[in-house]
Design a binder for this molecule. Sequence first.
Ligand code: G4P
Length: 540
Amino acid sequence: MRVHWFLVSSIADEVSRRRTFAIISHPDAGKSTMTEALALHARVINEAGAIHGKAGRKSTVSDWMEMEKARGISVSSTALQFNYTSSGADDDAEPSVINLVDTPGHADFSEDTYRVLTAVDAAVMLIDAAKGLEPQTLKLFQVCRHRGIPVITVINKWDRPGRTPLELLDEISERIGLTPTPLFWPVGIAGDFRGLRDVRKDEYVHFTRTAGGAKIAPEEHLSTDAALDREGDVWAEAVEETELMTEMGQGHDQEMFLAGQTSPVIFTSAILNFGVRQLLEALVELAPAPHSRESTEGTLREVTDPFSAVVFKVQAGMDAAHRDRLAFMRIVSGEFERGMVVQHAQTGKPFATKYAMTVVGRDRETVETAYPGDVVGLVNANALAPGDTLYDGAKVQFPPIPSFAPEHFAVVRADSAGKYKQFRKGIEQLGTEGVVQLLRNDVRGDASPVMAAVGPMQFEVVVARMKTEFNVDVQVEHLGYSVARRTDSASADELNRQRGVEVFERNDGALLALFSDKWRLQYIEKEHPALTLDPLVAAA
Ligand code: G4P
């Protein structure tokens, strides 16, 4: 009994110091640069500039991996974990553990990008000061809103000419209905970044540049009077603007932030390392620690309950030396110890976790223990698919990860009829992993299923993987559909009679109707109001 109590309290301690988040942004807003800046501030690396190997900044990607290995931190293409000691923390306080889960996908989007957001407790919405809200940021933000994930807003690249702070914040409140509540306001216009006004402490944080932005930028903290002496009108303007925000009721409110109604705002320059410490502090102070999760039955799995986890991503053939599949799970409750035999809720079968890993660059490291909020990769996890639950002790199953509305559709078939068996096996496998959704109907038959995806690059992934892993050349033929709706068997016949519409069964059993375009859909909805045509979980 005492042992049990001790375990529970130590798990509770581990949980309370963890923060698991993702950065949501449009390509080029500075996600990689910010990731590196966060690692620099957490003292995981000594010098920035490694990721991109910029001229004048040091190192190469492999040095970055070397540095990480030397410091024993775990980075993977999926999650970066590091300790961070808050500047105001007591000397004997345990550091916070930060899990930064990567949102993959650049110009193209896949469901993986969305699924990652099921594994985090908070998101940092990174915006380019010159560009404001961009399409992929908007899509990802909608997923956060849908899942109730609180969002911290970071306006990056303040060292470059851009818009005014008020314009940027207006755009956020008007376009997405999120109320921005500034924590750190820029002193100096975009392109003349001198420092930040700490709105809550009413002080000036002045930054000094370091060569190439490679080191942590030294900070000076000044009182209001000293700030006015030093910066004159530039300071006065920052004060005036923040007071305007406060008068409009846009001060930080923790409850409203956690409810997803407001978003604390910080202005940064990831490349100069300005405002990065402030972001880490905000994550530790304001972002929620891992919390209980609701099961399919509606009960809550508390973080101190026995082990449970959700698989949120399956990745295959990460490199030639390890041609196998890794399933990444986010721990929901309890302590994970490598070697545990846990239960796989979907199949009811035991699953041995002897090969639990973090992936460091191209190398892998074994994980011995992990806690709620942490991400662990399981090797050769062929039975696991995104959304699956693993648990120990009392049975639990978490709701599946919703499939997002696909916008791209293509028929896939084997080049040679002789390879049909491998073709089927491979396509089924990729469908289970969630690389694409698979759609079938009687008219098209089994030999040429339709693939549905959020982004068209997924089709290329299928072609490449079918060739390398299943030794089958496939042909892909794009279809002229662009909108999908969920329907039911009562509506299917009528829909199939319509021009520009086709009904399919998806691999999860749902019936989907595909439409050539949204006007066709609108026309049919108007002409046949009794048909069931429900929107899928739409990210856009
Ligand atoms: P991403 O992961 O979101 O796609 O963005 P990434 O960090 O790769 O940054 C995209 C570009 O923006 C890079 O420049 C990077 O140096 C620059 N950048 C990121 N943060 C800041 C910032 O705070 N201020 C300024 N001025 N630039 C920033 P690039 O020219 O595309 O790459 P490179 O040629 O410098 O490697």
